[in-house]
Ligand binder design. Structure first.
Ligand code: B12
Length: 215
């Protein structure tokens, strides 16, 4: 990893929230964009932590501490994201959630921030959202797109349910496009369950949403 990120990585690994926030400010002030900080440091670092967790080299408390630091860094970087990058036009309305059974929201929140700065109006439904609730919210918000994040393999059936609910109802099918993403979701799987869009990161999420709006 780029040596500029050594201290941030160290803060995440040791669960040091204050050091993480201070480093985030230092990096942002040195004109690194929040997106670069996420892509080049935080995402690979979390991936690595997840792999260590799978190999039982670290345990849940360490993973939780790392997540705490990342959440604090996310908050700290928010103003830097808004500062230079806010789009002027409104491109479409999106309801976004993490699906039922899944409490992971770091990736969802990055996707949200990127969609917003690129001109989409986003209603964030939070985590552990059941498919019917996502569709009800889409109606209420008059959404164009339902965007679903899933990091847990056991939750994939709920993503499939949401897509089926939309695709088997003529009115919903006409009104809403569905896009999906998150660790266990692959492009092939998304295609197989007839999602309209798939993205493996937040930049791709914006590209997909833009294309689904026909822009
Ligand atoms: C941090 C973390 C946690 C934190 C979550 C904190 C939070 N508020 O989110 C805590 C410690 C709480 C946690 C808990 C658990 N976790 Co966890 N966790 C992780 C970890 C290390 C990182 C996830 C992350 O934030 N990544 C960084 C973000 C930026 O990446 P991302 O989410 O993939 O999002 C990007 C893309 O996927 C994409 N994207 C995401 N959503 C969407 C949506 C759309 C529409 C689009 C287009 C794109 C898109 O864009 C994002 C930005 O680039 C992963 C490891 C890993 N490899 O993912 C495990 C992992 C996801 N967790 C795992 C497990 C097992 C658990 C627990 C069950 C552990 C336990 N025994 O209790 C619980 C589950 C609780 C629950 N019911 O959800 C497993 C899941 C296995 C599986 N696939 O089923 C993983 C893979 C670890 C592992 N290797 O075993 N976890």
């Amino acid at each position: 990893m780029d040596p500029r990120y050594t201290q941030l990585e160290q803060a995440i690994r040791t669960g040091d929230v204050e050091a993480g926030k201070a480093e985030a400010v230092r990096l942002a002030e040195s004109s690194l964009s929040p997106l670069a900080i996420f892509r080049e440091c935080i995402e690979p670092c979390l991936k690595n932590i997840g792999d260590q967790f799978s190999r039982l080299e670290i345990f849940l408390p360490e993973m939780m501490e790392a997540a705490e630091v990342v959440k604090a860094v996310q908050e700290t970087l928010r103003p830097y994201l808004k500062a230079g990058e806010v789009a002027q036009t409104r491109k479409g309305r999106i309801v976004l959630c993490t699906i039922q059974g899944d409490l992971h929201d770091i990736g969802k929140n990055i996707v949200k921030a990127m969609l917003e700065v690129n001109g989409f109006e986003v209603k964030d439904l939070g985590v552990n959202v059941n498919p019917a609730e996502a569709i009800r919210a889409a109606k209420e918000f008059e959404a164009d797109i339902i965007a679903i994040s899933a990091l847990m393999l056991p939750s994939l059936p709920y993503v499939k349910d949401a897509i089926e609910m939309v695709k088997t109802n003529e009115d919903y099918r006409r009104r809403y496009k569905i896009m999906v993403g998150g660790g266990p979701v692959s492009r092939d799987w998304a295609k197989k369950v007839q999602a309209d869009g798939y993205g493996d990161d937040a930049v791709e999420a914006v590209k997909q949403a833009t294309s689904l709006m026909g822009l």
